[in-house]
Write a protein that binds this ligand. Structure first.
Ligand code: BES
Ligand code: ZN
Ligand code: ZN
Length: 471
């Protein structure tokens, strides 16, 4: 799907963003809309009109004063979904002066539209047998008389799309296709293509260096657990940022086996690792002026005579002993070792992404990610960015007084809070907090947002890539 910007209309089919307080709508369109006003009541409502020289689909975007970048993205998503339904291969989107009459720069408004268009045009169909040719949108012509450096924003939008699609592909792929070896190979590809340093710790290295939590969680899996680390170095003086992603390639729950309806989606339990990996590729490709290290603890939480057990005590990388109360709380264990390892390197900022707790889905649903912060200025920046990107986050507290609920019977700390079902996401985050001292640490629990059961504007059903644009 190719998108370009030109001053002229080239297609008989077009889409038009309509504002209630429009000044610039053309007479031929306006006459039709005015007659129809009664029907035209909801934001994002669609109306199709046949004009003398073609067909125009009008999408109502509300008042100009209510316009924000998310409106632009959602407009883009509706255009793509409508065009696909109607088999429109080539069409115009008419951007007259109303579209730019808002508080945002013309570049930002257009860029958000590009994100909406590109991110919606996603399908995960590689396993479907093709009968005939699948329908694809070929070209979109944005028409505007504004001077916009289109190539620059289009490049950025395409790079963002590629990064998000990589995460979505990795999340949507079943566990018999994307496993530990595949994620390592993907990391190798990214390292090779961008000249990045890559380190892989295999089972022997994990045991030798004391990553016992990661090793124990993964030791029952058909593939050995691993820690993959990629480094993008910009220069000596830029800030050093660490991205850590939970990489459980499949979560059966282990010996505390998940009930069947809770297991089906667990191929997506590596969404955090997928995001941290795709992010470093984007950052390296765009040559961003920061140093970034991505760390992926990779393991399968499987069942075998060799599985780690409830009751086992395991010594973490930071030498704290952990009492396993539930083998399904495995994400916090592999992350604990990765966070303690990151702590030895003195990063300016450490961010982890994890499909950590079902409790995050219960508390915030699938459209808001849970976030935990130690530093207020970092938090403020994250909230601003999340708002701008249309990726809602909400803070949950690292409530110190609950720490005593993580006491183990015979070890330093238990991997589960008691009473068991209270404040589940906070208990997971508090457990992690015991394994990292860095004051600029952020934890995102993306259990709810990383994949959707039902499409949501430009987020399709399945893997989303949620939180990546905010970062
Ligand atoms: N991977 C799951 C969390 C999850 C649940 C992600 C639903 C996506 C959707 C995690 O490993 C897990 O099983 N957590 C347990 C923790 C509990 C045993 C303390 C949970 O949330 O039930
Ligand atoms: Zn689990
Ligand atoms: Zn899990």
């Amino acid at each position: 799907m190719k998108i370009n910007l030109s001053k002229n209309r080239t297609n008989a089919k077009s889409f038009y963003p309509y504002f209630d307080d429009s000044n610039s709508v053309s007479k031929e369109i306006n006459e039709r809309i005015i007659k129809d006003k009664d029907y035209f009541s909801k934001k994002y409502q669609i109306k199709k009109y046949f004009l003398d020289n073609g067909e125009i689909t009008v999408i109502r975007l509300g008042k100009k004063s209510d316009f924000d970048l998310e409106t632009s993205r959602r407009f883009g998503s509706i255009v793509i979904n409508t065009a696909k339904k109607d088999y429109d291969e080539n069409f115009d989107i008419i951007l007259d002066s109303d579209f730019f009459d808002n508080n945002f720069s013309k570049e930002d408004s257009t860029y958000a539209l590009l994100e909406g268009l590109y991110l919606t045009n996603y399908e995960y169909d590689i396993f479907k047998t093709k009968e005939g040719k699948k329908f694809e949108i070929k070209s979109i012509n944005l028409t505007s008389d504004k001077e916009i450096d289109f190539e620059k924003i289009d490049n950025k939008a395409q790079n963002v799309r590629d990064a998000i699609f990589l995460t979505r592909d990795l999340v949507n792929a079943p566990a018999n296709v994307v496993n530990i070896a595949t994620l390592q190979k993907e990391a190798e590809r990214i390292a090779n293509e961008n000249n990045l340093k890559l380190k892989v710790k295999d089972k022997n290295a994990l045991l030798k260096e004391g990553f016992n939590l990661l090793y124990s969680v993964g030791k029952a899996g058909a593939e050995e657990p691993r820690l993959v680390e990629i480094e993008y170095k910009y220069d000596e003086t830029s800030p050093n940022i660490c991205l850590i992603g939970k990489g459980i390639v499949f979560d059966t729950g282990g010996l505390n086996l998940k009930p069947e309806n809770f297991m089906a989606d667990m191929k997506s339990d590596m969404a955090g690792a997928g995001s941290a990996l795709s992010l470093i590729e984007y950052i390296a490709k765009s040559k961003m002026p920061i140093n970034v290290t991505t760390i992926m603890p990779l393991a399968e939480n499987a069942i075998d005579s060799n599985s780690y057990r409830p009751g086992d005590v395991i010594l973490g990388y930071n030498k704290k002993s952990v009492e396993i109360l539930n083998t399904d709380a495995e994400g916090r264990l592999i992350l604990a070792d990765a966070l303690s390892y990151a702590d030895t390197k003195d990063f300016d900022l450490v961010i982890d992404f994890a499909t950590l707790t079902g409790a995050a889905v219960i508390a915030l649903g699938t459209k808001i990610a849970a976030s935990f912060f130690r530093n207020n200025s970092v938090k403020e920046k994250m909230f601003n960015s999340s708002k701008k990107c249309g990726e809602p986050i909400w803070e949950l507290p690292l409530f110190e007084e609950y720490k005593e609920n993580l006491k183990g019977d015979i070890a330093d700390i238990a991997n589960l809070g008691t009473p068991q079902r209270q404040a589940g996401s906070i208990m997971g985050a508090l457990f992690l907090s015991e394994f990292i001292k860095n004051g600029n640490w952020i934890h995102f629990d993306i259990a709810g947002t990383s994949h959707l059961d039902k499409e949501w504007y430009y987020n399709p059903k399945g893997g989303t890539g949620f939180i990546m644009r905010t970062i």
